[in-house]
Design a protein around this ligand. Structure first.
Ligand code: SAH
Length: 404
């Protein structure tokens, strides 16, 4: 562990926590566990997952189709619609004499094999000419790939789109699934394994009224439509017009037009905006914005206790509304892609205080809660243990009869 200034700790290269958050996490993890977690966060999981759109094709048929054009792909042993591709790396990246600086988001994509697109370029010197060998460098100075410039350095500022550098060797290689014809045909959706489990925990059935309170870009909404055979009443809400557009685009590609309803809503106020839903929903999914500490790969990051606390407060507001919308006996599934118990187990405690009951869930190859009370009821995926993104899933029920 390298302590930098007193107020900040660098857990592993590029991953920093303010001292308060570091101290807080030490209540739950040892120093070496924290290092293990952040070491893994720097890398992609060794398997890249997609979810078969079983409304269009069976997992076996898609597996066969993909293998026909010699894609190396396998079926998950526990979740039949989950297929995965091996992720290759780390590779040795050759050095070039020139470099192109990319922004953080673009660097993280290039790091796993994507080309560098013009909007992701931060700096490309005039001496870089089309056809030159270059290194693509992340904002933290790390070399993420070796490739060939597709534009001249002095053009990069004047053009808006297109490839700036074609990536030849990156640190990791994930399959470019979005280039596949099967993607265009809507035969699958790329989605991590824990995210796929979330909808199974929700267990959508034909006839259910289901609300997805944080739906964009539609990964779990489309899985809900899929698992209910298109026969549930599914509401997809998110807070901006742009986000709603992403949902519509994705679900349309998957052939799900007309099988769900979609609206711009700040769902913290759904009880006010959709009063008809009060006491009438069978199942609710809350997949709220969080501090994202389980998202992989992430080259560098800085998190503070303050951001964790304010995320947790924000998340509580969705839980409160879900309580009002659910029918007695209705089910709430709560999931995040982050690590701190404040955003996870503590929010489940908050839900219990409102009157919710926790329902045990069991998913193969996962851990239980980090807080004793939820050791055997909620589920955690750890990056350094389960080779997945970090994830939290809990299931709750609004009792049919209120306890006194
Ligand atoms: N469930 C999605 C991922 C959700 S990410 C999937 O599986 O594909 C969290 C989402 O919460 C973001 O899209 C964000 O726009 C949305 N969000 C944040 N604040 C919100 C609010 N107040 N009301 C509704 N949605 C919100």
């Amino acid at each position: 562990m390298r302590g930098s200034e007193e107020r900040e700790v660098e857990i592993v290269k590029g991953h920093r926590l303010d001292y308060q958050l570091y101290k807080y996490l030490l209540q739950y993890f040892s120093d070496s566990e924290l290092q293990g977690i952040f070491e893994s966060i720097r890398k992609p999981p060794s398997k890249y997952y997609i979810r078969v759109n079983t409304l269009k094709i069976s997992p076996e048929e898609l597996l066969k189709l993909l293998r026909e054009h010699s894609v190396d792909v396998y079926q998950d042993k526990d979740l039949p619609e989950a297929l995965w591709f091996p992720v290759k790396g780390p590779n040795k990246v050759p050095s070039a004499r020139k470099y192109v600086l990319a922004d953080k988001k673009a660097s993280e994509s290039v790091y796993v094999g994507a080309n560098l697109y013009v909007p992701g370029v931060v700096k490309m010197n005039k001496d870089v000419k089309k056809g030159d060998e270059v290194n693509i460098v992340a904002p933290n100075g790390e070399i993420v790939a070796f490739g060939i410039a597709e534009v001249n350095g002095d053009e990069a500022r004047s053009i808006r789109r297109g490839i700036a550098v074609k990536t030849l060797v990156s640190v990791y290689n994930m399959p470019k699934v979005r280039d596949l014809r099967e993607y265009e045909l809507g035969l699958f959706y790329d989605q991590s394994l824990p995210a796929q489990w979330v909808t199974h925990v929700l267990d959508p059935r034909p006839g259910d009224v289901i609300v997805d309170m944080n739906a964009a870009p539609g990964g779990k909404t489309s899985h809900i439509v899929q698992l209910s055979g298109g026969k549930a009443v599914v509401y997809a809400f998110d807070r901006s017009e742009n986000k709603i557009r992403e949902i519509i685009e994705n679900l349309s590609r998957l052939g799900m037009d007309g099988l769900y309803r979609v609206e711009v809503r700040d769902t913290r106020f759904l009880d006010i905006d959709e009063p008809d839903l009060i006491n009438s929903v069978d199942k609710i999914l809350i997949d709220p914005p969080c501090t994202d500490m389980g998202v992989r790969p992430r080259l560098f990051d800085m998190k503070t206790m303050e951001t964790v606390k304010s995320a947790a407060k924000y998340q509580e507001q969705f839980i409160k509304v879900a309580w009002k919308l659910l029918k007695p006996g209705g089910v709430l599934v709560y999931s995040t892609c982050t690590i701190p118990p404040l955003e996870n187990e503590d929010n489940i405690a908050y839900a219990e205080n409102l009157g919710f009951e926790v329902i045990d869930i069991s998913i193969p190859n996962t851990s239980g809660g980090l807080v004793d009370r939820y050791r055997n009821s909620v589920t955690r995926f750890y990056p350094h243990v389960h080779d997945t993104p970090g994830y939290f899933i809990a299931k709750l029920r609004k009792p049919t009869q209120m306890r006194q």
